[in-house]
Design a protein around this ligand. Structure first.
Ligand SMILES: Cc1cc2nc3c(=O)[nH]c(=O)nc-3n(C[C@H](O)[C@H](O)[C@H](O)COP(=O)(O)O)c2cc1C
Length: 183
């Protein structure tokens, strides 16, 4: 079993990382963590190459990441919310999944044939809604062929209590690990 964790936080020991650490203790198999803020993958520029060709014509770290997206069984977006959304850096990099969308809808070709399970793990300083970030994350996961998506794990109030000390998180993380571990 291979799990790809997309980490949307710039903080090396922040709330997202605290929960990723807990999850890694509970999921078997190989885990690959992609840290958006350590990547120089560029965003989609709507050049429309993928309207007619497989893949993306911008050659950078995306092709290597695309290979992991191809192979993995589970895909998790783990991130803080910024202005009720996923952070811009994550959205910029993952705008490149547009090449999968265009292949599927314009050319009826599936670039990511292997079906996957998906998950969304969000942290936020306050208590506001995370629905918008969940909706965006769900679209990205579907574009990467996640056909089953776990209920989102949302950790609020990190301004007051660090995510790793939130009493609800151990149970939530265990449920997510269980979802990924089942066939
Ligand atoms: C630019 C920016 C925007 C933010 N917007 C929100 C928000 O809309 N809602 C919220 O609950 N927290 C918001 N926060 C707080 C972070 O989500 C929170 O501190 C989070 O725990 C940070 O996670 P990290 O340590 O994994 O990076 C924002 C923080 C920053 C820096």
């Amino acid at each position: 079993m291979k799990t790809l964790i997309i980490n949307g936080s710039p903080r090396k020991n922040g709330d997202t990382v605290q929960l990723i650490r807990k999850l890694k203790e509970k999921i078997p198999g190989e885990v690959v963590e992609f840290v958006c803020y350590q990547s120089d993958i560029k965003g989609c520029v709507d050049c429309r190459y993928c309207w007619e060709h497989d893949g993306c014509c911008r050659k950078d770290g995306w092709q290597e990441l695309e290979q992991v997206i191809q192979e993995c069984d589970n895909l998790l977006i783990a991130s803080p919310v910024y202005f009720f959304e996923l952070p811009g850096k994550l959205l910029d990099i993952f705008s490149r999944v547009q090449s999968f969308w265009c292949a599927r809808h314009y050319r009826k070709t599936e670039l990511i044939p292997k079906e996957k399970k998906g998950g969304i793990l969000l942290v936020g300083g306050g208590n506001g809604s995370m629905d918008r970030a969940v909706a965006t994350g769900s679209w990205l996961l579907k574009d990467m062929n996640c056909t089953r998506i776990a209920p989102p794990v949302c950790c609020h109030g990190t301004d007051r209590v660090p995510a790793e000390q939130n009493p609800e998180m151990d149970g939530e993380i265990s449920r997510l690990a269980e979802f990924f571990s089942q066939p």
